[in-house]
Design a protein around this ligand. Structure first.
Ligand code: PYC
Length: 308
């Protein structure tokens, strides 16, 4: 029976399943090409690893690969219950803490090759990880969408390694007891936005005030699961919007709280002020929850996962 060696962790409540051995052989080449190969030829592995019955809608998978870019130490391709991610902030923190748990990394800098660019992670001796993410920017400001059953919703479209629609929101309190109505609202917003000119946006981030951080968010991921962490790529997109609006100075600390109350710290440096492009850094920590093997039994009718 084939098996897949994994290490599970969570970052601020959001799980990451790191695939160490037994995953698909994607061959050589740039990681965006390998991601395409993963999707076209080996998508069953994605489903077997993160979907039920071995996983759940919430799990983000991270396939550890050889890097393509010479300056990188490792390569990672992230995936979820419905597809693939360009980058993943909470997942990067989970990968670094997991590799340190296995004794494969010591505190210091790790350069990571991803399908959307190089990410630099720094593991600190106290277990916190800062992630210098890919260049991030706001694509469109104050986009209004007519959301059936809701009305007009206005927000910003921004990139932080994935595409986000960010909405300042006070209709439903951003708390865990409201996950169902928040999911329903964010999903309706996403569908309307996709139909009204922004088909690439697959994450919706609702933001509001909180006494314990500079902002609280509820992030709906592409497969309809909500992010238990404050979302690293979503925080990067938020930093890009704050920078563009002149609401956060270069180097100033931002604290982003999730709907669970877990927090990432962030700051940015300008890459190109005219174009509005920033280099965001986010910081958080993760905890390892399992060291296991997934078993692929060819007689199991759900061997390759339950796909929605
Ligand atoms: O932390 O970037 C992130 C992320 C994306 C989707 C889930 N988490």
């Amino acid at each position: 029976m084939d098996s897949i060696r994994i290490l599970d962790s969570h970052t601020g409540g959001e799980p990451t399943r790191l695939v160490l051995e037994g995953g698909p052989d994607l061959g050589e080449g740039p990681l965006d090409q390998r991601l395409r190969r993963f999707r076209e030829r080996f998508d069953a592995f994605r489903s077997a690893i993160v979907n039920e019955p071995r996983g759940s809608d919430v799990i983000v998978g991270a396939l550890l690969c050889k890097p393509h870019r010479e300056e990188c130490d490792i390569g990672v391709i992230f995936f979820n219950n419905v597809g693939y991610l360009g980058m993943c902030g909470h997942g990067t923190i989970g990968v670094i803490v997991s590799l340190a748990h296995l004794g494969m990394l010591k505190p210091g800098v790790v350069k990571i090759d991803t399908p959307v660019g190089v990410v630099e992670a720094q593991l600190r001796p106290d277990g916190f990880v800062s992630v210098a993410n890919v260049p991030s920017y706001r694509k469109a400001r104050a986009v209004s969408v007519d959301v059936p059953g809701v009305g007009v919703v206005t927000g910003d479209v921004a990139y932080g390694g994935n595409w986000f629609f960010l909405v300042e929101h006070d209709r439903i309190p951003l708390q865990v007891s409201n996950v169902e109505p928040l999911t329903d609202l964010a999903w309706r917003i996403r569908q309307a936005l996709n139909a009204q000119g922004y088909p690439d946006v697959d994450h919706v981030e609702l933001l509001g005030a909180t006494p314990t951080a500079r902002s609280r968010n509820f992030v709906l991921c592409p497969g309809k699961a909500y992010d238990r962490s404050p979302c690293g790529t979503g925080t990067s997109a938020k930093l890009a919007c704050l920078a563009a609006d002149g609401k956060l100075a270069e180097g100033e600390e931002w604290t982003q709280e999730s709907v669970l109350g877990s927090v990432f710290k962030g700051h940015y440096r300008w890459l190109d002020r005219e174009q509005g492009t920033i280099a965001p850094t986010i910081m958080g920590t993760a905890h390892v929850t399992a060291d296991a093997k997934l078993l692929l039994d060819p007689k199991d009718p759900f061997c390759w996962g339950i796909r929605g």
